[in-house]
Structures are given as C-alpha cells and as structure tokens.
Design a protein around this ligand. Structure first.
Ligand SMILES: C[S@@+](CC[C@H](N)C(=O)[O-])C[C@H]1O[C@@H](n2cnc3c(N)ncnc32)[C@H](O)[C@@H]1O
Length: 461
C-alpha cells in the first residue's frame, strides 16, 4: 500500500521560488528517493520488503473548499497514477488538501503558478512511499530479472489459471515469474503453468508444468454469453479463438442445424445453441464430450445440442445415414451420449429433440481441427457418388479451418483448390478468410464452401 510519508513546505501562498527550501526540493516529479531492490537475478522471491521506495512529488496545498477548482485549473499538471491518490490530506492542517502534480517546480509554467496563487495555494514537496503491492507484475519483474532476460510479453488466462510460453532464457526464473504473477493476480489467479513444448497429441491438449500455485485444472471460463467448465489438463482450449467462435456463430440463422465435427468442450456449439441454433456436436476426446454435455446443461441449451464421441469421419457417415433414415445401428441415435437427467421425462424429452435434429440435413458444418480437418472432407465424397440419395441436402456450408504458409490470396486459393481436390474429390467455389496469425509466416485460415450444389457442377478427381 502507498503511504504519505511527509510534506515539506516550500512556501505559503506566494509562488516566487527563491528560498533555499525551494532549491533543496527541486527533484523530478516521480524521482524515487530510495532506489529499490538489490535482488536482481534471484530465482525465488523471499524478500518483498526491499521493494519499498519513496517518490517525491510537487504538491499544492489549498483550503479543502478550493481543491476541485484548483484541480480543474491545473488540469494537465495534476498527477494521474494507478496507485497514488492525486489529492492527499495536508498533514499539517486538517482544513487543507494537497493536489499532487506531475511536474517539477522548475517546469511549472507561469499560467499554472498564477492559478496556484489565485487559489491561495502553497507549494509543497510531498513524499509518498510505495511498496511491493503498488507495483505491477511487469514493474517487479523488470527489477528482478537479469539483463538479457525479458519480462514475459503476455499470457493466456483460463478461469483461475494463467498459461505462459516462457523462452529458454526465462526458464531458470520460472518459479520467480510464476510467483510474482500469482502475487499480483490473486485472488482471481490460483495456478500458473508454463507450456513445455509444442502441442503434439491428437487431442491438441497443452503439455504444461505448474510453476506456481495449486495443481488444480478444473477451470470455469466466461466465453461471451456462455459459461464453460472443463479440465484444462485434458482438453483443447484456446481463448484467442473467442472472436472467431462469435463471428461464425453469428452467421447462423436461428433454428438452423449445424454439425460441429471437432467440437472440443463446445465453444461453437454452446454459443450457437444460446442463439437458438440446433447442433450435433462431436469430438473424439471423451474428456471433451463429458465437458460438452455438462456445458450444454450449465447453459440451459441441452435440448438444442446432441453430443457424440466419434472419429469425425465415422460421425459424418452416421450423420448422413441418419438423414437417409437408415437403421439405428449405422446412424447416430445408437451412439448418442446421454445427458445426466433428473427424471426419465427429461431424458425422454432430450432424446426426442435429438432424434428430430439427427433426421434433418444441416445448414452448416464446422471443421475446426486446423492441423488435419481438410483430410476429413473425404467423408463427404458420398454426396458425389450417391447424388440421388442426398437430394434433400440443401448445399450445407462447410467451414473448414486449416494452417497455411501461403501469403497471397492467389497462392492461398491455389493451395485450397489443390487440397480440396485431393481430399474432398472435387473443387468447390471456396471463400478463404484469414482467422489469425499463429507464427511468423503461418496463418490459420477458414475455407467456406457449399457442399452439394458445387458437387454437381464441380470437377471430379
Ligand atoms: C483445435 S480443437 C478445436 C476444438 C473446438 N472446436 C474449439 O474451437 O475450441 C480440435 C478438436 O478435435 C478433436 N479431434 C482430434 N481428432 C479428432 C477426430 N479424428 N475426430 C473427431 N475429433 C477429433 C480434438 O480432441 C480437439 O478437441
């Protein structure tokens, strides 16, 4: 906490600076009197008291009734500081307050001096003590990390958990960095983790180690209007995709049916269902589908989300079979996951609405598995080989995410056409949108294309 240490009176009322007192107090407006911290290079922080420092500010003491007028007339020179109140009590006179300024006495312009004089003000030097608690995480780490080791540029947050991607030179200080973040972000943050290496598992789960705080990974995240709960150590989650989730979902019409082939814990599905869209949501990771069932209930959208734990190619075959009215054994109903329900009536109601959704052709198909999704477009080749059976399908729009190192619109289009021809088996008219940059020279793209109408006119491989 900051604490006002004392004031040094320069002079009362008059603003003519000539005294010895004035010259002895000509300091920078934010100059620390006590340089803090002799801890640079430590790998664990044990002594927070050495962050105590004293700042000296020029202040103007006036009668309390005039403080607001003075603040207005000094405007730009009034101190704005995250942790220090711009108006302090005058410790020598309870009827007066002190307005702190952001300039030194020498730099106070003539017009400001006149305003001080008119208000009956008195210039003072005011010393304010700052402690560890007043500094931001960046300020603390700037003082602690040795030269050549940068303060981490940023982090991701998921509920009570902070996730860092530390650079090799930062690793010897990981415990220190974690501890400072925990100190500064408590009580909201309870756990700090660092990514160990690139994600290499098929379920895209982040490999991490805990560097500070509790080993607790059951996070609750506010995702736009939705609340999502999941185990961060067992599923894929990327808060940077939030605007993409919102963007895509906002293009769906109320009442439309969407297939979400790689649904994760349900960020697209739950947001869409909250807007009145119906969703068949699938993911191969059982921890994702368990969380998805839970999140659908939590957000009161279970009647609009049916959940499956299948390989995406299997899901598409069964979903197509369901539209054709084929037997349960080869369609979706036999593998649909059950919600935990309070009554058999509730279970029955959910099953009925899921069956109706399974029988309908989709308006949109989401394929958000950028490393591999394009390969799964092969699951739709049946639309081309059995056109008569899929007449009811009204050209659903596929939104297939992918990574690309192509930098121009033309090379991106050439690459898309080549990949779609190879996997889907024909070249639809594709719209390409850049979602975000994931690394230097590498972008996440979204290919959007209509399925059946182009299949009829498209070029077969
Ligand atoms: C990039 S994540 C996307 C999750 C979610 N849609 C989102 O936007 O956060 C890809 C998901 O695909 C799932 N997955 C991986 N292989 C799969 C497969 N063969 N079939 C279905 N899902 C799969 C992973 O478990 C993961 O949850």
């Amino acid at each position: 906490m900051w604490r006002v240490l004392g004031v040094a009176c320069l002079h009362r009322s008059a603003v003519a600076f000539s005294s010895a007192a004035a010259s002895s107090h000509r300091r920078g407006a934010l100059a620390p009197l006590t340089p803090a911290v002799a801890l640079r290079g430590v790998s664990v922080l044990v002594d927070r008291s050495s962050f105590r420092s004293t700042l000296s500010f020029l202040g103007v003491s006036v009668e309390t009734s005039r403080i607001n007028t003075l603040r207005k007339s000094l405007g730009a020179y009034a101190l704005q500081h995250r942790r220090i109140k711009g108006v302090q009590p005058d410790r020598r006179d309870s009827g007066r307050r002190v307005l702190l300024l952001n300039v030194t006495e020498e730099n106070l312009p003539a017009a400001a001096r006149l305003a001080v004089r008119r208000a009956g003000g008195e210039l003072q030097q005011v010393e304010v003590e700052l402690t560890y608690d007043d500094l931001t995480a960046t300020q603390v780490l700037q003082k602690l990390l040795p030269s050549g080791v940068d303060v981490p540029a940023g982090f991701e947050m998921a509920g009570h958990l902070v996730h860092l991607n530390l650079q090799p030179e930062q690793l010897p200080y990981k415990a220190l960095i974690g501890q400072v973040l925990l100190d500064k972000l408590r009580p909201r943050v309870q756990t700090v983790v660092n990514k160990l290496h690139e994600i290499d598992s098929p379920f895209r789960v982040l490999p991490f180690e805990v560097i500070a705080g509790e080993r607790r990974f059951d996070v609750e995240v506010q995702h736009g209007a939705a609340t999502m709960r999941f185990d961060y150590s067992r599923v894929y989650w990327n808060s940077k995709l939030h605007s993409e989730h919102e963007r895509l979902v906002s293009s769906f019409a109320r009442g439309a049916l969407v297939w979400d082939l790689f649904a994760g814990v349900g960020p697209f599905a739950v947001l869409a269902a909250r807007r009145g869209v119906h969703v068949l949501a699938n993911d191969l990771n059982p921890d994702c589908t368990t969380a998805l069932l839970h999140n659908a209930k939590l957000n009161r959208v279970a009647p609009r989300i049916a959940v499956y734990n299948l390989d995406a190619a299997d899901f598409v075959q069964r979903a197509l079979n369901s539209i054709l009215g084929e037997p349960p054994a080869c369609s979706l109903s036999s593998v649909r996951l059950a919600y935990s329900c309070r009554s058999s009536d509730e279970a029955e109601t959910l099953a009925v609405s899921a069956s109706k959704m399974e029988a309908r052709p989709p308006s949109h198909v989401i394929m958000n598995f950028p490393g591999d999704a394009i390969r799964f477009t092969a699951a739709f080749r049946r639309l081309k080989s059995e056109p008569a059976r899929f007449r009811a399908l009204q050209a659903p729009i596929v939104h297939c995410y992918t990574f690309s190192r192509c930098s121009t619109a033309q090379t991106q289009l050439d690459e898309a056409n080549q990949l779609l021809l190879e996997h889907l088996g024909w070249v639809p008219e594709v719209e390409i949108r850049e979602v975000r940059s994931v690394a230097p020279g590498k972008a996440m793209l979204c290919y959007s294309f209509a399925l059946t109408s182009t299949a009829q006119s498209g070029q077969i491989k």
